[in-house]
Design a protein around this ligand. Sequence first.
Ligand SMILES: [Zn+2]
Length: 248
Amino acid sequence: MPEGPQMVFLKEQLSHFVGETVVEAKGREKGIPYDLVEGQALVDMKTFGKELLFCFPDFTIRIHLVLFGKYAIDSTLNRALQLGLVFENGEVNFYACKCRFIKEPLDKMYDWTIDVIDKSFNPQKALEKMVLKPRQLICEALLDQNILAGVGNKIKNEVLFRRQIHPESLVGEIPVEKLQTLIEECVKLSFEYLDWKREGTDNDHWEVYKKKECPRDRVPLLKEKIGKSARSCYFCDKCQKLYIPDNF
Ligand SMILES: [Zn+2]
């Protein structure tokens, strides 16, 4: 699933469509009024967490690539088109994704201060929300899009490794200052990830995600599906400390 930085990178790849008019809107997404979209000028593009937003004067089209979503710029893929937007200077096509037509003002729908890559991101608010669920596993708290919008499985695994915290640690057992540095690391890594996307080197930088060996200890990494969401965790049980109660 694409994470926040990947969506910002996609937005940058589509920036030449801003200011252009939709010549044709097509696809099988039922909630989109295709006739209404055609003839409209794209005034802006934004992202919120893992969502991409096409902003028109009176409405927004939201794209969420979910688990297996794909897109093609100025080309097509051999699969069922979910939504395609054709402009005079090119086109973008989305597949296996969720699309939504939004009439409400975006500032009413979104709290931009929870998006880790947004300039208004508020780390204190993230911390306050996180500690409200002290029994939650840290690997699940990091993926909560209502706390840290945009953080996905790659960022989750990497920040836990960098800050040396075991994914099965309970939020309430981790010292608050460690939670703070973990949240700071989510922001830092998101911007690094965006830079790597721009350079085309993002796959060269992961230390634990889909890796076999701990770069600190040179011992095998563990790979386990942890928590209710059962997302894969890659971690080292030698250098990542498990924070749980003594009587656990
Ligand atoms: Zn290690």
